[in-house]
Design a protein around this ligand. Structure first.
Ligand code: NAD
Length: 329
């Protein structure tokens, strides 16, 4: 396993491809933006001008694309990976897509005599940069064993969770927990602000108790300071919560909190915040609380202005900070 075709060099794919180069793989990258492979080339990888070029001659092809239709087009499409890859190529989709898409991809690969894995990840951009991702893998034990050296260059928690599609199902569960936790952190911050308690101090102590979590540790300060540069875009989390609810229906289970947080995510997205980090859920809490009519939802709305009350007056600056009025876009 030496040459890897890597398709989709975005927020996650770019640092993942860098780490594969660092681990000694020959990485041939392709992404839609013409300059999208510059970073990979600078890191020591090679640029592919097309999907076909990335697939040909590769021992494994990794896709890290936004959504199910993107993966279907790039892997299954007429000019896609399965058409152009060599016999014996291992296909690894690391995007977050529907379990059905993962199973369709596995079946199509098998038809061509190829092995494939669904291997979505958790850990965000920083986890990708630091090569400490959690990787949840669906597929056969044999394919998992072949891919292990690749996964070890990208992450630290690597678990084979079941057959094709199982990785995506576990990723859906992950996204349910993350969305719900972000919403509750947002509500906690707004509650503290509106009550005149310093949320910086509040979050510090929450982080050391049972309320502590990776979400709180990684997102709490940025949310308190109303910094929403992605990170993980609302548009993508909205997509993921659609996968969660679809999976719930298929499994005939009821997820009331999941339904609610999916609606809240959809609401911030419809308000023009789809391109921002999912921490922007806090703007939804402010809106529902009537605290977005004043700068940062501060004293005039009933509480005292405290650290992190978010008094930014503009819409969105270069750091991704948005004002309360961003809600009304
Ligand atoms: P992104 O939008 O930053 O990157 C996707 C890349 O795919 C872009 O560079 C785009 O140009 C490229 N692309 C799209 N269609 C293409 C095509 N047809 N051919 C070639 N390139 C194409 O997205 P991301 O944040 O890197 O996320 C990628 C996947 O990983 C998504 O499924 C997302 O849900 C998942 N994910 C993201 C994060 C995160 O924190 N950003 C964390 C875990 C999982």
């Amino acid at each position: 396993m030496r040459t890897i075709g890597f398709i989709g060099l975005g927020v996650m794919g770019a640092p993942m491809a860098d780490n594969l180069v660092k681990a000694g793989f020959d990485v041939v990258g392709h992404t839609r933006r013409p300059d999208g492979a510059d970073r990979l080339v600078a890191a020591g990888g090679r640029r592919a001008g097309s999907v076909a070029e990335a697939a040909r001659g590769a021992d494994a092809v990794i896709t890290m694309l936004p959504d199910s239709p993107d993966v279907e087009a790039v892997v299954l499409g007429a000019d896609g990976v399965l058409t152009h890859c060599d016999p014996g190529t291992l296909i690894i989709d690391m995007s977050t897509v529907r379990p059905q898409t993962a199973r369709a991809l596995a079946a199509a690969a098998l038809d061509r005599g190829l092995e494939s894995l669904d291997a979505p990840v958790s850990g965000g951009e920083q986890g990708a940069i630091d090569a400490v991702l959690s990787i949840m893998v669906g597929g056969t034990a044999e394919a998992f064993a072949r891919a292990r050296p690749i996964f070890e260059a990208l992450g630290t928690t690597i678990v084979h969770v079941g057959p094709a599609g199982a990785g995506q199902l576990v990723k859906a569960a992950n996204q349910l927990v993350v969305a719900g936790t972000i919403e509750l952190v947002a509500e906690a911050i707004v509650l503290m602000e509106a009550s005149g308690v310093d949320p910086a101090l509040g979050l510090e102590v929450l982080g050391g108790g049972l309320a502590g979590s990776t979400v709180l540790a990684r997102k709490g300060t940025a949310m308190r300071e109303r910094r929403f540069k992605p990170g993980f875009r609302v548009d993508l989390h909205h997509k993921d919560l659609g996968i969660v609810l679809d999976a719930a229906r298929t499994a005939a289970v009821t997820l009331p909190a999941g339904e609610l947080v999916a609606q809240l995510m959809d609401a911030v997205r419809r308000s023009g915040n789809g391109h921002l980090d999912h921490g922007v859920l806090i703007r939804g809490v402010e809106h529902l609380s009537g605290r977005d009519k004043t700068a940062g939802g501060s004293a005039a709305a009933g509480g005292s202005a405290t650290a992190g009350g978010g008094a930014a007056a503009g819409r969105e600056d270069a750091s991704g900070r948005v004002s309360a009025s961003g809600w009304e876009r």
